[in-house]
Design a protein around this ligand. Structure first.
Ligand code: PMP
Length: 390
């Protein structure tokens, strides 16, 4: 039997760019001592206080179907968090709870794009973006953010593709670059979105991981709340990747449609997970800061090591749990660099091409192992790069 065209073409054909990741995983399975700096998953687990709240909720009986849009308490907690941080009036009816940010990205595109519509996204990009857009039947169109612009997308580049597009997906703080969009970048994005009547889908799942500057949500720019859908998640902020809990924040009418979509797809999120998330959000900023602290520390360690040599350069990362290293001075392309590094040093990093054409000549390092292992790995990466330069 033949599968649908849509599902068969979801990844756009060819490699999904994660070959190196799977190769490293196989080497681990074969018993090799690989340092994995590949995926965005913390080296700590969910805080025990959050797990206790989850346990208490389940034991008290919150194990049945939860209400589809999300519990009132969690929708209120998310709305309050967003309103406090952005100043934009936000209520529970602006929030739909989803099983993670990934599901929120799918729902946001489903709610805004029709079959065949062009949906813009910025390259370098989080690996699932084009597939998520294809999953709703829309056509992904990439906007290149160039290294010479510090990977900040330029309004003129977006405008060039915006005329017949329906939506624009952005991500700040950015995976994979660690770049936090400047206010001027976001104002440019807002201007283009308004001029071309685009929906703006703003992926802000790294909003608690800011090392320099401030995170601005484009929903807070004048007149933008009506055309912006914010994607949020507890995965990165609270080390709750496996709990699968996130949200979409947007205009009430769109949220109402998303509830209908959820009724026909996910049918909600586990109540005890929602109660744990409510507990975590109401616990204040301390938990978030605790989860973010190791990355803040490791980023500084990375910068010190980079500044002590002149072959590998780092993209000036202001946020998120990654650093992008510019390895063009080695003369290798990023895939060869990453594969040879894995072979020679048993260190796995992601080739830039896994995140789109714009990240060529770069590798992404996830700062997700303990400090001692991490800095040792960085020093070895730099020493390895040096061997290619005479
Ligand atoms: N957006 C970005 C930019 C991400 O990096 C990720 C996960 N790595 C997600 C969304 C999805 O995260 P989750 O589904 O765990 O919330």
């Amino acid at each position: 039997m033949k599968a649908s065209n849509r599902i068969s073409t979801l990844t756009g054909g060819g490699s999904d760019g994660w070959d190196l990741f799977y190769r490293a995983r196989q080497m681990v399975a074969d018993g090799q001592p690989i340092i994995e700096l590949t995926i965005g998953e913390h080296d700590v687990r969910t805080d025990p206080s959050i797990l206790s709240a989850m346990h208490a909720s389940a034991m008290s009986g919150h194990t049945g179907y939860a209400i589809v849009p999300g519990t009132d308490a969690l929708r209120r907690a998310v709305a309050k968090r967003i309103e406090t941080r952005t100043g934009v009036p936000t209520g529970p009816n602006n929030i739909m709870i989803t099983p993670g940010g990934q599901s929120a990205l799918f729902a946001a595109h489903h709610a805004t794009c029709d079959e065949g519509d062009k949906a813009l996204y910025v390259d370098p990009y989080y690996a699932t973006y084009p597939g998520t857009i294809r999953a709703v039947g829309a056509e992904p169109v990439s906007i290149i953010a160039r290294p010479e612009n510090a990977f900040q997308p330029q309004a003129a580049d977006i405008a060039a593709f915006a005329a017949d597009a329906r939506s624009l997906l952005i991500n700040t703080p950015n995976n994979p670059t660690g770049v936090v969009y400047a206010q001027s970048t976001l104002e440019g994005i807002a201007k283009v979105s308004e001029a071309h009547d685009l929906w703006l889908i703003s992926d802000e799942v790294y909003d608690t991981q800011i090392w320099q500057g401030t995170h601005l949500s484009p929903r807070a720019l004048p007149d933008m709340a009506k055309r912006t859908l914010v994607v949020g998640s507890m995965s990165k902020s609270h080390a709750m990747t496996g709990s699968r809990i996130g949200w979409v924040c947007g205009p009430e009418e769109i949220i109402a449609h998303l509830i209908t979509l959820a009724t026909h797809t996910t049918y909600g999120v586990a109540g005890f997970v929602q109660d744990a998330a409510t507990f975590a959000l109401n616990a204040g900023n301390d938990l978030e800061e605790q989860v973010a602290a190791p990355f803040r520390r490791r980023r500084l360690m990375t910068m010190d090591a980079i500044n002590a040599q002149n072959i590998v350069r780092a993209v000036p990362a202001q946020g998120a749990m990654y650093v992008m290293l510019d390895i063009r001075a080695t003369g290798l392309n990023s895939s060869d660099f990453a594969n040879q590094l894995l072979e020679a040093e048993k260190i796995a990093v992601m080739p830039g091409e896994s995140f789109g054409a714009a990240a060529r000549g770069h590798v992404r390092v996830a700062m997700t192992v303990d400090d001692v292992t991490y800095i040792d790995a960085i020093q070895r990466i730099l020493a390895f790069a040096k061997t290619f330069v005479t």
